[in-house]
Design a protein around this ligand. Structure first.
Ligand SMILES: CC(C)(COP(=O)(O)OP(=O)(O)OC[C@H]1O[C@@H](n2cnc3c(N)ncnc32)[C@H](O)[C@@H]1O)[C@@H](O)C(=O)NCCC(=O)NCCS
Ligand SMILES: Nc1ncnc2c1ncn2[C@@H]1O[C@H](COP(=O)(O)OP(=O)(O)OP(=O)(O)O)[C@@H](O)[C@H]1O
Length: 206
């Protein structure tokens, strides 16, 4: 089973992914693939620099991720421009990783904030939404990334609403509380259900 894991920025997808991985369940991460796509030396970086300008590079020629992030969250046109350049690469890598992992795992996850807005949605056997109220997202993203409230709000507004996501969910993980034990319990319950559905046991942590 290929399970889509999604949720708004700062909702806790990576935190849930870490809990899944600690339980031996593989997670393909769209953000990780996106980061690899724009490292110095990658063929995509020059295309992004051509589209956005060399001011998005730092003194060492690396992508200044904070700068590019500020640009795409304050301009839908800029965001679509970046998506057009990077999303085909993410999709190709995702499909390669799915093929590689499927051979040995009965349950695997694909973690992507934009899952429900993309074609990837049709590949998933089920959708898990990490649900978090916007105020909690804003607080967590401001703390994690050291950005202003307005930047956090802009990022949330660039994505599907919580209501929109919940309407697509087969399973919801509530991550409004700052309570890791509560989150772990939900992850364990989800895995028990999926393992049962897959008809086989997931690999145990080594
Ligand atoms: C703009 C970039 C350089 C900012 O990098 P940064 O290290 O600050 O953030 P990171 O990549 O960890 O993303 C953090 C979160 O921002 C949100 N986000 C990122 N890109 C987008 C986007 N194009 N549209 C909406 N939300 C986005 C997601 O919730 C994501 O989980 C980077 O996010 C990027 O290259 N984005 C384009 C690729 C993409 O769409 N990635 C998300 C795949 S789901
Ligand atoms: N249950 C929780 N209790 C306390 N802190 C949490 C909890 N869940 C997440 N956090 C914290 O909130 C922040 C956002 O979580 P995380 O990075 O997992 O979100 P995300 O959905 O992966 O974000 P993004 O869309 O930006 O990739 C992190 O600093 C994380 O440590």
């Amino acid at each position: 089973m290929l399970i889509g894991l999604t949720g708004g920025i700062g909702s806790g997808k990576s935190t849930v992914s870490a809990l899944l991985r600690a339980r031996g369940v593989p997670v393909i991460d769209a953000d990780e693939i996106g980061r690899a796509a724009l490292t110095a030396g990658s063929p995509l970086l020059p295309e992004v620099v051509e589209a956005f300008g060399s001011h998005i590079l730092d003194d060492q020629g690396q992508l200044d991720r904070r700068k590019l992030r500020a640009e795409i969250f304050s301009s839908p046109t800029r965001r679509e421009q970046l998506n057009r350049l990077v999303h085909p690469y993410i999709a190709r890598q995702r499909d390669l990783e799915i093929d590689r992992l499927r051979a040995n795992h009965s349950v695997l996850f694909y973690d992507a904030a934009l899952l429900l807005e993309s074609e990837a949605r049709t590949l998933m056997d089920a959708i898990v939404v990490v649900a978090c109220e916007p105020e909690v997202q804003i607080r967590r993203v401001m703390e994690r990334d050291g950005i202003s409230r307005q930047q956090a709000v802009d990022a949330i507004n660039a994505q599907m609403s919580l209501e929109g996501r919940l309407a697509c969910a087969d399973y919801v993980i509530d991550n409004n509380r700052d309570d890791m034990a509560h989150l772990e319990k939900q992850v364990d319950e989800l895995l028990a259900l999926l393992t049962q559905q897959a008809g086989r046991h997931t690999p145990q942590e080594k």
